[in-house]
Design a protein around this ligand. Structure first.
Ligand SMILES: *Cc1c(COP(=O)(O)O)cnc(C)c1O
Length: 462
């Protein structure tokens, strides 16, 4: 009794919403409808009765399958997790005007590698080098695909087949399997660990220096903190040692920020400017962590070192795309006025937003949700803390306001799943058998969408 594929295709011809749908998609959808029905029967689900197999329900199923096939896999979601730089939800949200510039570059030709003043081939990196130097105070700059690439490229350029001294307290692993020892091995540099997990002294570095030492490397332990009986060597001390022994010093800052977060009541994160002025020969950091720009690996430092990095043939393999460059340049331009940057760059805005404003937003959503007339639904406002995320400010708890949702007869797991499978998906977390939405990362314009999502969930509640 299952409908034939041909029959479904025939039905589809009369469906006006299918007018612009490619035949291949219709065919695939028809096959999926029949396969799903067959799989249900084989699983022992209730057998479809004749009514389920008439034209209208079959066409509805086909419409659903076509709808799914026609929506992009990569789509916008609502981040209600409270984690600002959310690594699995796309890290940083770009500023509005940054997206505008990207659009202009994306939809037309540009002077990407054309020097308009000279009328000859130019460098792809020149559009950001000047502004990076301006903000960071460095002599030279360069950008690649991401910070992992920046670290790899710098190590390969400076220290291939030679030793790099790193403290045992700084051999970090960050999410997505970036590990300092592994990246170093791939770059051909030889890791020379010094000190212990909790304490490393200048004398440890001194004792480890030999003829084959190419680099002193400092890695910012962005996603964890060693507390208690600890000692580490400052970048400045390493720079002094490096100068004495004529060994360059590199710092991998990881998140990397141009803003001193302690000014906004958050904990102190080392800034790029501080690392540059401490005299590091090269500093690397991400474009899409605390900087709030697109995915990129930024390299700033002394001219001779950055120049040799630029000449490395690997740069071609790690190079940054023009859309990223457009986004990076316009994000960096916002930093010329740090006060404005904090408001215009969503990552910074969400990190520094006053608690009162989050509370107001939470109250607004609470009111909206209260209008849903369903006795099974219970909502509560609760105080919780959000996280910076992206492997930055690991110890920092940002006071925030959440809405806890419970639906009678629906488990928290199932509620979380249904919100996640909504269009658009709403991503929250489960706590104490409730579905929790943190308002720090939910935007004002998204509140109605959140309400609609909850309505959809209640409508499909069985
Ligand atoms: C995040 C991080 C990296 C990798 O940066 P990506 O931009 O994700 O490639 C490298 N080092 C440290 C210390 C980091 O925190």
């Amino acid at each position: 009794m299952l409908p034939g594929i041909d029959h479904i295709l025939e039905l589809s011809k009369a469906e006006p919403s299918f007018e612009k749908i490619p035949r291949s998609v219709l065919l695939q959808a028809a096959r999926k409808v029949v396969e799903d029905l067959r799989a249900g029967i084989l699983r022992g689900d209730q057998c479809p009765d004749e009514n389920d197999l008439t034209d209208i329900p079959v066409l509805d199923k086909t419409k659903a399958a076509v709808g799914k096939a026609m929506t992009p896999n990569l789509k916008s979601v609502i981040n209600a997790t409270g984690v600002v730089v959310h690594t699995t939800l796309g890290r940083s949200v770009l500023a509005e005007e940054v997206a505008g510039n990207m659009h202009a570059i994306a939809t037309g030709y540009s002077n990407l590698e054309f020097d308009l003043a000279k009328g000859e081939r130019g460098s792809r990196y020149s559009c950001v080098e000047e502004i990076l130097c301006e903000i960071s105070g460095a002599e030279a700059a360069m950008v690649v695909n991401n910070n992992a690439a920046a670290v790899l490229l710098c190590l390969e350029t400076i220290a291939k087949n030679r030793k790099v001294i790193v403290s045992r307290g700084e051999l970090v692993e960050i999410g997505g399997s970036f590990r300092i020892p592994d990246v170093m091995a791939k770059s051909g540099a030889i890791l020379k660990e010094v000190g212990t997990t909790n304490r490393t002294h200048l004398k440890d570095y001194i004792a480890a220096i030999g003829n084959d030492t190419a680099l002193l490397l400092k890695v910012h332990t962005s996603n964890y903190s060693v507390v208690g009986f600890t000692a580490s060597v400052t970048l400045k001390e390493l720079v002094e040692l490096g100068a004495k022994r004529q060994i360059p010093v590199m710092e991998d800052l990881g998140s990397g920020t141009f803003i001193d977060f302690s000014k906004y009541g958050l904990s102190k994160e080392p800034t790029v400017q501080e690392s540059v002025s401490a005299g590091a020969d090269v500093v690397t950091f991400s474009g899409d962590k605390l900087l709030g720009g697109p995915q990129a690996g930024i390299i700033v430092g002394k001219k001779d070192v950055v120049d040799s990095v630029k000449k490395n043939p690997l740069t071609r393999a790690l190079r940054i795309d023009k859309l990223t460059l457009a986004a990076l340049e316009s994000t960096l331009r916002l930093y010329r006025d740090p006060e404005k940057a904090v408001h215009l760059i969503p990552t910074l805005r969400m990190l520094t937003i006053p608690f009162d404003l989050i509370k107001k937003r939470a109250d607004k959503l609470y009111k909206l949700l209260s209008k849903i007339n369903n006795p099974a639904l219970s909502i509560t406002l609760v105080n919780r803390s959000s996280k910076a995320g992206g492997g930055s400010l690991p110890l920092l708890d940002l006071p925030s306001k959440c809405i806890a949702v419970k639906i009678e007869g629906v488990s928290a797991n199932s509620l979380e799943k249904r919100m996640r499978e909504n269009t658009p998906p709403v991503i929250g977390r489960i706590e104490d058998d409730c579905f929790l939405m943190d308002l720090r990362t939910v935007q004002e314009e998204e509140l109605t969408t959140v309400k609609n999502a909850l309505n959809n969930v209640l409508d499909t509640k069985r």
